[in-house]
Design a protein around this ligand. Sequence first.
Ligand code: HEM
Length: 198
Amino acid sequence: MSLKKLTMKQHTNAERQKFAGVLMSGKISDRAYLRYLKNQYYCYYALENNTKFNLPDDRLKRSEKILEDVRELQHKLYESNRDMADALTESTLKYGSYVDTIKTKEDFMAHVYVRYLGDLRGGQMISKKVPGSGKYYEFDEPEELANTIYRNINDDMADEAKKVFEFATKLFVEMGSDERKSLLEETPTDGYALMTGC
Ligand code: HEM
């Protein structure tokens, strides 16, 4: 087997969420994507600043790159930094605490697999559809980095990997739960709404 096969059900479930469709629609609003990025920043920051475990290669690190994308969109939307924490969802905050409780290198690697290989693979499709310059998805030597992840994983990590998918899917649910479609996707009236602050 492989972790890919062992977590296929979880991956399919994530892809079926409404927010996955919005991300891939090419129409996600700057605001909705910015909110998503802020949550991703927090999750990656937690992993990359873990006191016990390190990523297998520093070039995988995403938090600074996500922050650059956040700054770009904040600038575009005239938003200040103080709104950063307001965007964080329940699942993101829980994930941050959860990461601090990881006890083994194997469990930590399951997180690296789900997040960073996801970015190296499916993330490359998503990057073409989202606002901004997408530094989040730019990797030096992506194949070398993917192989480093493959070398460090095994099938015994499946249970922990499923938990990571659960957190990521919960974020998709939270992001997609805004009933006002116009907040998720761009509409022709957005320019006017922005000018008037509606
Ligand atoms: C918009 C939603 C998503 C799309 C469109 C998407 C798409 C894809 C695609 C096309 C691949 C490559 C599949 C292949 O190699 O055959 C992939 C791989 C992967 N994705 Fe996603 N994905 C999405 C969401 C997620 C989420 C939420 C996660 C977890 C945080 C995730 C984690 C992964 C992982 C770990 C792989 C690598 C699997 C492997 O080769 O072992 N994906 N994704």
